[in-house]
Design a protein around this ligand. Sequence first.
Ligand SMILES: Cc1ncc(COP(=O)(O)O)c(C=O)c1O
Length: 361
Amino acid sequence: MSPRPHNFNAGPAILPLGVMEEVRESLLDTNETGLSVMEWSHRSPDYDAVRGDVEERLFRLLGLEADHGFRLLLLQGGASLQFAMVPMNLARGRQGAYVLTGAWAKKALAEAKRLGLGEEAWSGAETNFNRLPSEGDWAEPDACAYVHLTSNNTIFGTQYKQLPRTEAPLVIDMSSDILSGPIDMDRVGLIYAGAQKNLGPAGVTVVLVREDLLGRTPEGLPAYLDYRAHLKADGIYNTPNTFGVYLMGRVLAWIERHGGLDGMARRNGDKARVLYDEIGRTGFYRTTADVDSQSLMNVTFRLPSEDLEKQFVQEAKSSGFVGLKGHRSVGGCRASIYNACPPESVQALVSFMQEFEETNG
Ligand SMILES: Cc1ncc(COP(=O)(O)O)c(C=O)c1O
């Protein structure tokens, strides 16, 4: 087998190696059934147990006790489908208020606008999305249906340190930082996230919704787009990504073994500090995000010229580091250091950065 590179891909992204090995072991015979999870019926008790296990672990990790009032959906269509499903289900003829902190937030608003159900509450476009709004920067529009924000901006490398307190329910796209640390669920109305960064493989979308909000869903939505249809059918309204859900369960167990969300926060904080310290050490590298808004998941940085950035990414690749090119819309470099990214990979990257600077600085 080829040696595994240090993986800094933005998503789909690195998965814990131990989980991949575990899944390889169980691929032909999952949970002593003699069959692969991919061959089971989604209506079988075996799959039901896998799905139940995912739900139990997720609620436990989030510190949600009995009667917490949240419901879990494991859907398909990615976060991109939620850009439309959220307004369809929750707006109820009013406007969702969108805090625009990057490309994904803009896409979410664009979908809501198509339906006539979204308005801008704040935009960081003027400073090229290099910072998040602080409390005094924006006011929640009166009588909005919900406030939508993107907790971590994968492309611009910014992340909320604390969720704002809002009057209207808070809807959060957590695609790129879900379970990277504790989440203040008291502030949350709905969370959605594609699995392919912190939770598992692409093809599963987590939606956690406060049950009382489901009363807003209008009659007459196409069934797949109606949250209630999925709940009524116990998560098997249509054939789910059974393998993806199974793998997610293994990732959640890995998070539990590594200290839960507090453990993830420590691990991610430590990794990010090492990398930001190196970026700030001499001025050869520079971050693109304001210090107060810097992401612990996607560390975006620039070199003195675009030519050097190109060379950096190329030489890094030959030295066994993948995924360091910034998003095509912004250029520069980006190291995505999600939960599963080992501290050793960050250390190795820092050594590579030092060598590159010595030769080219
Ligand atoms: C913050 C954020 N939201 C939404 C998306 C889109 O997710 P999907 O491809 O699952 O639709 C991404 C993808 O990278 C993302 O980073």
